[in-house]
Design a protein. Structure first.
Length: 373
């Protein structure tokens, strides 16, 4: 399978297209002529029966230029929030004008990580996206940087695009960036080779990535794109990274097939896909080697295997699970508070009741509420 003949991009029922800041903004000004060619690409996809959702960066860069803020508006959290407040207005206008020339209505949708981490708000966002698409609009989604803080934000629109694809039930995600795709090393190094297909984001694949954003405008980089690919692949969604710097980037991608395709690795249930894509655990549970082996074989996490607890979490919160060598094993919804977990740390079931004051639950993290890395 190559990108050029990938049916998910040509004939997908629903496609999420992410546009990076470096593509949309140059020296503080919008690349209007380029955006016009992308809007034509999106209109052509629509004419072919593809429902399109856009995740667009650029608000902070546009707002910083209007306010005259240093460092592209990223010098401080206050600067970024102020720049986003101004830039979101400009960004919405740009997309409305560009899509309006093709008789397509643009709809602005601003979200924070909390909107997609909380199950009820996630379902609300999903319903809104569904209704907008049904009504014939193209939703233009961006993180609500005017209110988000470092502790409660995605930090990049790559991962946001993958989460939006989950919420919208999309078959594919296209990350348009200022690079051709994933290389086996820093693409500035001699002999770097473009990887055209990835069957699973492994530690070896992650080692190929550079965390730097080459443009200096955005907050993402190849590491963020691989994190997005991992979210997508677990949810049964194809993801492509491609260079969008030239005109008509989607038409060119489908013509040349140059980019990196991440093949879906699973078709998880809706709840498992949502759980696997969550990005903000409230704490960490470290387990011993025996427990790690049991988890790999599909077992629940039991108190007897826990060796360390970090964080202050409540029952039902998301916790990350790590093995004895610091390796991430997965994440899940915990059945106890952090203080209760510390009380029964390493204890077998017959000793837990005296510490808890009530009969212990079946597991600390049940396998039905856990996804493995």
């Amino acid at each position: 399978m190559t990108i050029a003949d990938l049916p998910d991009l040509r004939t997908a029922r629903r496609l999420v297209v992410k546009v990076g800041s470096a593509l949309l903004v140059d020296a503080g000004k919008a690349r209007g002529a380029w955006l016009a060619t992308l809007a034509k690409d999106l209109a052509d996809l629509r004419a072919g029966g593809v429902e399109v959702i856009v995740v667009s960066s650029g608000a902070i860069a546009l707002g910083a230029a209007k306010l005259g803020l240093a460092k592209g508006g990223r010098g401080s959290l206050a600067d970024a929030q102020a720049a986003a407040s101004v830039g979101q207005v400009e960004l919405a206008r740009l997309w409305s004008d560009a899509l309006g020339r093709h008789a397509i209505t643009a709809a602005q949708m601003l979200v924070t990580i909390g909107d997609l981490e909380d199950r009820r708000r996630y379902l609300n966002a999903s319903a809104t996206l569904e209704r907008l698409v049904e009504a014939g609009a193209i939703p233009v989604v961006n993180e609500n940087d005017s209110v988000a803080t470092e502790e409660i934000r995605f930090g990049d629109n790559d991962r946001l695009a993958a989460r939006v694809a989950q919420a919208a039930g999309a078959e594919a995600v296209l990350l348009l960036s200022d690079v051709d795709g994933l290389y086996d090393r820093d693409p500035r190094q001699a002999g770097a080779v473009l990887i055209d297909r990835v069957d699973g984001v492994t530690p070896e694949i992650i080692a190929m990535a550079s965390g730097a954003s080459s443009s200096g405008l955005g907050s993402g980089g190849m590491v963020a794109k691989l994190q997005a690919a991992r979210i997508a692949e677990r949810a049964g969604i194809a993801l492509v990274i491609a260079n969008g710097t030239g005109d008509a980037p989607i038409a060119r991608l489908l013509d040349t097939g140059t980019g990196t395709l991440f093949v879906p690795q699973a078709d998880a249930s809706a709840r498992k896909a949502w759980l696997g894509g969550r990005l903000a655990p409230s704490g960490v549970v470290t387990v011993d080697a025996g427990c790690a082996a049991a988890l790999a074989n599909g077992a629940s996490l039991l108190a007897a295997g826990m060796t360390e607890i970090e964080g202050d979490f409540a029952r039902g919160d998301l916790v990350a699970i790590f093995g004895p060598k610091g390796e991430r094993l997965g994440q899940g919804l915990v059945e106890y508070t952090a203080s209760e977990c510390r009380a029964i740390l390493g204890l077998r079931e017959d000793r837990q009741a005296e510490k808890l004051g009530y009969a212990p639950r079946a597991a600390v993290v049940h396998r039905d509420h856990m996804v493995r890395t």
